[in-house]
Design a protein around this ligand. Structure first.
Ligand code: ADP
Ligand code: XUL
Length: 531
């Protein structure tokens, strides 16, 4: 029976999932590697390196590659028999992060020695040892310069799907090119995390898909090609350094001689990589408009398929290319799990007692509000961290727990309106979707049913399903997404969270109050370039 392997290279670690397809369809294995625990030599905290200037957040690209190598080795040890029938591999990665390679990289990737671990062989190929990642908020000046050069935020949003954002790759590249011109000049290629790791899988430079390329402020969303004016506004000779863009189901190569020789893997097909959010669209089964997915991971995101290319007027969301060929709307919040963890830790709780606090406090929290910007926020654009309480005593642990979750969910609902999707129900995913009490608040605030899926790492599942789909299409079969997701994306009947009548009514009013408070605070602390 054929097997398909999906990778999710995310902020805090990398996960891989092996699917068996056919008479015994199912998830055959899942393995993971957390960077802080397994690769402490890179010195990351939650997979990131911060500073020295405020807002600067990055990670060593060599660490992502080392983790991929380690995980592949673990799979080969534990699942040797299944991997003999591996047909195709696909990878998803945290979006927006960029990897800067010098002139040695191309030759090195094609000649990796299977007798040696990967990490040592990659030393010397990076023109920049630390990659900026999506949590970086240090590029407001660059955002303003790019926006001005291209005629304003609405033109940029209409063309690329998003106004300028600090974490988007265009602003990050501009900052590097202007502050370290020699490093930029020595860079022959700029990858996203997805194309960098896919290049390592195939042993040569891999292209990008429209889903991840649309997180750069550089791709024309209509033509799905690079936008030359944006290149000119960002850095010299940029076009020559970027990967090409191919369709979302392109086969870009085979597992290289390194993987075959080192771990005895077959020459399986490798599909173009994508971002974790486009991948999650597949992994949560969102192949038609009307259903939304909410991912409660390191970042919180809300996304769904949209039928019209209509970017948010207020500039608080993004349009990305979807793996099914159309468009997806997405709004991203930096203060996701790490904000919930900050509250959990401040009051000495664990997830069980955090949940109890949600159970023992009433929906609406008697009007208490908390705006949870523990780190600079993406939506709305807020350059300076700050936590605000209204009608809330800081010493009241239970109410603060409820207030942080309610604040997050109300912000999410308010900043989803721009997608103009008639929301029928929500599929929840990501680490915190394990928490039923958090999902109850989500259901109450949106006023729709929330389902938890039997496979919670939707980005990883999406990658494995993309591998299956692309292999079928490359073999001359039909592009049947409904059949593919129906087989693996199954809501757990026991994990069906219904909105309570009481809760929903209360949030309708409270959402307006939260929006007004948020707007006032955001205006005071906005990123200088935001509208
Ligand atoms: P990533 O976006 O990096 O892939 P995950 O989706 O794996 O992240 O989510 C990891 C996060 O899930 C952790 O940081 C943790 O805060 C959160 N989490 C895990 N279990 C629970 C729980 N029971 N309740 C709330 N949050 C949880
Ligand atoms: C999306 C975003 C985050 C990262 C996290 O725009 O910045 O969701 O993709 O991995």
């Amino acid at each position: 029976m054929p097997f398909y392997l999906g990778f999710d290279s995310s902020t805090q670690g990398v996960t891989a999932m092996l699917l068996e397809v056919g008479a015994h369809s199912g998830v055959a294995a899942v393995e993971a590697c957390q960077y802080d625990d397994e690769l402490p030599e890179y010195g990351t905290v939650h997979g990131t390196l911060r500073g020295p200037e405020p807002g600067v957040v990055g990670a060593p690209p060599a660490m992502w590659a080392a983790a991929l190598d380690r995980l592949m080795g673990r799979f080969a040890d534990r699942h040797e028999r299944e991997l003999r029938d591996l047909r195709a591999v696909a990878l998803a990665a945290q979006q927006h992060g960029s990897v800067y390679l010098n002139g040695h990289a191309g030759a090195r990737l094609t000649a990796l020695d299977p007798r040696e671990p990967l990490a040592g062989q990659l030393s010397g190929i990076f023109s920049r040892l630390r990659s900026p990642i999506w949590l970086d908020s240090s590029t407001s000046d660059e955002c303003r310069a790019i926006t001005d050069a291209l005629g304003g935020p609405h033109i940029l949003a209409a063309r690329t799907g998003s106004r300028a954002y600090e974490r988007f790759t265009a602003a990050q590249i501009r900052k590097y090119a202007t502050s370290e011109p020699e490093g930029y000049a020595a860079t022959v290629r700029i990858d996203l995390v997805s194309s960098f790791l896919t290049s390592i899988l195939i042993g040569s430079s891999a292209p990008l898909d429209p889903g991840d390329a649309s997180g750069m402020n550089l791709m024309d969303l209509t033509t799905r090609a690079w936008w030359p004016e944006a290149m000119a506004a960002v850095a010299p000779d940029l076009m020559a350094k970027l990967p090409s863009i191919v369709g979302p189901e392109a086969i870009v190569g085979r597992l290289s001689a390194y993987w075959q020789g080192r771990f005895g893997l077959p020459a399986a097909r490798v599909v173009v990589g994508t971002g974790d959010n486009p991948s999650s669209l597949i992994g949560t089964g969102l192949i038609r408009e009307g259903r939304l997915a909410v991912s409660l991971g390191t970042s919180d995101t809300v996304f769904g398929l949209v039928s019209e290319a209509r970017p948010s007027r207020a500039g608080d969301g993004h349009l990305f290319g979807a793996p099914t060929g159309g468009l997806m709307g997405l709004t991203c919040f930096a203060n996701g799990s790490l904000a919930r963890e900050a509250v959990r830790d401040k009051y000495g709780l664990n997830w069980a007692t955090f949940s109890q606090a949600l159970q023992t406090t009433p929906p609406g929290n008697d009007g208490a509000l908390l705006v949870p910007w523990f780190v600079p926020e993406i939506t709305p654009s807020v350059a300076e961290a700050g936590v605000y309480r209204q009608g809330l005593d800081e010493s009241d642990a239970a109410r603060n727990v409820r207030a942080v979750v309610e604040g997050q969910m109300m912000a999410m609902a308010n900043h989803t309106d721009w997608m103009r999707v008639r929301i029928e129900d929500i599929h929840a995913t990501g680490g915190a979707s394990a928490n039923r009490e958090i999902l109850q608040v989500l259901a109450d605030v949106f006023g729709v049913d929330v389902r938890r899926l039997s496979v919670t790492n939707s980005s990883c599942l999406g990658a494995a399903l993309r591998a299956w789909h692309a292999d079928v299409v490359a073999s001359g079969g039909p592009s049947d997404w409904p059949a593919i997701v129906a087989e693996f994306v199954t809501p757990m009947s026991s994990d069906f969270v219904r909105p309570s009548a009481d809760g929903s009514a209360r949030y309708r009013e409270l959402r307006h109050r939260y929006a007004a408070l948020e707007e006032r605070l955001a205006r005071e602390r906005a990123s200088p370039h935001a509208e």
